[in-house]
Design a protein around this ligand. Structure first.
Ligand code: HEM
Length: 322
């Protein structure tokens, strides 16, 4: 299979190397992380209506007048634009990489479609004067795309380099790891509901309806947070006992540390009148945690089979299955 990625293989018209795909995929992931965190800053600095028009910032002018809110909103638009280009380029490279399989291509295109869909969704968000449901959907789609892009980066990395299959194959552990991915996405969703009920709608220019009740939403959010934390601790504990020193185990420790910090920041901001700076940290940690948990689950899924399993110690997933 390695020969498929050789220079001769790449002489096929338009074929690209796995290494080029990998670089593009990691770069895309970095840009998408920035999209989420700077999007959070737009809302938290009440700059959501900093630009009054879309795609122009002001009617008849693409760039903003020198206003603080307009500059923040406009910078996020630029970073999101780079995100659109990056996800589309990565999907095109996956399409042209001889070793990328159908799964990798599909997820790369789904991430690109999700980023492109943010443009009309952003326009709806501005047109509906930051309706909390629109703001929520915008944020949640960004997180879903970030999770998909993490998997694309992981698979591209696997294609480009020697396999790092140092975790033993345990289907129940893999199932639990993907359950923690579902839990962290559920947690992010309940967080967005707390935000929709909270005092940071994204603009202070006019009153904006809030959704539900802050205390009730926070109550639910904390329960989901504890459920996720317990699930992920079990995964990390399992790795610690059986696969110490592996990449998955080390990343799981990072995930546990991030989770503990996040629980602390969440509690702090809730008890201290929701200062926007603390929430900005909360959003950045949430995005980093999503990436970490998806990476841990992916590494556990592509595990080494025990010889007694009948699979030998080689890669369980064929290199071209991405
Ligand atoms: C691992 C644990 C946690 C994660 C991953 C997490 C994630 C999130 C996310 C993604 C948001 C939405 C931010 C946005 O819409 O911009 C959020 C909001 C929020 N979270 Fe958490 N959270 C966690 C734990 C907690 C805890 C323990 C509390 C304590 C009460 C908490 C309190 C809040 C509050 C008050 C908001 C709304 C902030 C606002 O007004 O914008 N979180 N969380």
């Amino acid at each position: 299979m390695a020969s498929a990625d050789s220079a001769i293989g790449r002489l096929r018209v338009g074929a690209v190397s796995s290494r080029a795909l990998e670089r593009s995929a990691w770069l895309t992931l970095g840009v998408l992380w920035l999209v989420v965190t700077t999007g959070g800053l737009v809302r938290l600095t009440a700059s959501g209506l900093g630009c009054t028009d879309w795609p122009n910032c002001e009617p008849g002018s693409l760039v903003p007048a020198a206003s603080y809110h307009a500059l923040i909103e406009y910078s996020n638009r630029i970073i999101s634009g780079v995100g659109v280009v990056a996800t589309v380029v990565t999907a095109l490279l996956a399409q042209r990489s001889p070793r990328a399989g159908a799964g990798l291509r599909r997820v790369a295109w789904a991430a690109a479609a999700g980023t492109v869909a943010q443009a009309p969704l952003g326009a709806i968000t501005v047109a509906t004067d930051l309706n909390p449901l629109a703001v929520m959907s915008h944020f949640l789609l960004a997180m879903a795309v970030l999770a998909a892009a993490t998997w694309v980066a992981y698979r591209s990395w696997r294609l480009a380099g020697p396999p790092v299959l140092d975790v033993a194959h345990r289907p129940r552990q893999a199932a639990l790891a993907w359950l923690s991915v579902a839990a962290v996405l559920g947690l992010v969703t309940t967080g967005a509901v707390v935000t929709a009920a909270g005092p940071h709608p994204g603009s202070t220019d006019k009153p904006i309806d809030r959704l539900w009740n802050l205390e009730h939403a926070a109550w639910l959010h904390v329960r989901v947070a504890v459920t996720f934390a317990v699930l992920f601790l079990v995964v990390a504990g399992w790795l610690w006992r059986r696969d110490r020193g592996t990449l998955a185990q080390r990343l799981s420790v990072a995930g546990v540390v991030l989770t503990l910090c996040q629980l602390g920041v969440g509690e702090y901001q809730y008890r201290n009148g929701l200062p926007w700076q603390a929430i900005a940290v909360h959003v950045a940690i949430a995005a980093t945690l999503v990436v970490t948990v998806v990476l841990v689950a992916s590494l556990i899924t592509d595990a080494r089979r025990d010889p007694s399993d009948g699979g030998g110690s080689g890669p369980r997933v064929r290199e071209d299955e991405g």
